[in-house]
Write a protein that binds this ligand. Structure first.
Ligand code: URA
Length: 199
């Protein structure tokens, strides 16, 4: 398949996304955060956008949502070090409240502007299958507004033939009331376990 933007390596993708100003988010973020993991991973996971810690450190899923994801992958029997983790949007969008940077969801237009970078990444890694973590990722990967609660735990097929497993974003689990947390986490692990067959 032709390279979407003439990007031939993850290093080039990092440099190109660092310069990207196709939407306003990049202007305010510290840096772009692209995906990481084995270059030929069979499984890719796509979240929404880097968070505060990811923006500062320059790596995806290193904050609270990433820790929850690591724990869920371990319980699902999926080797984390063999997974390529990325995001639909490559810059952190936030709102300043005093000194705190509060996560703001990207708009559909912002996610759409970033979509070609995600396709470059898919083309470079060529995973067999992809896990969509939440609605922004699912929409970017599929090209339509996937109803995540109805489709969670199901495999969908992209135009390129790749299978996409839909589930919640781990940040959503961090927001559930403590009494529901255990059950919500178990359901998340159950969804992720459907990707174990790839290993
Ligand atoms: N949430 C995401 O979607 N991605 C990250 O990298 C961190 C938090």
């Amino acid at each position: 398949m032709p390279k979407v933007d003439g990007i031939a390596s993850l290093e080039q993708l990092k440099a190109a996304t660092m310069r990207c100003r196709e939407c306003p988010i990049g202007e305010f973020a510290t840096q772009s955060v692209i995906g990481e993991g084995p270059r030929k991973a069979v499984l890719m996971m796509v979240g929404e956008q880097p968070g505060d810690k990811e923006d500062i450190e320059g790596h995806p899923f290193v904050g609270p949502a990433g820790m929850l994801l690591d724990r869920a992958l371990a319980q699902a029997g999926i080797p984390r070090e063999q997974v390529f983790v990325s995001n639909a949007v490559k810059h952190f969008k936030f709102e300043l409240r005093g000194k705190r940077r509060i996560h703001k969801s990207p708009t559909q237009r912002e996610a759409a502007a970033c979509h070609h970078w995600l396709e470059d990444e898919i083309e470079l890694v060529r995973p067999k299958a992809i896990v969509a973590l939440g609605a922004t990722a699912a929409r970017s990967l599929m090209g339509w507004a996937v109803p995540v609660m109805a489709e969670r735990g199901h495999w969908l097929e992209r135009g390129d033939g790749r299978q996409v497993l839909v589930t919640l974003h781990p940040s959503a689990l961090l927001r559930v009331p403590s009494e529901d947390r255990e059950e919500t986490f178990a359901l998340f692990v159950h969804d992720l376990a459907k990707a174990r067959k790839l290993f």
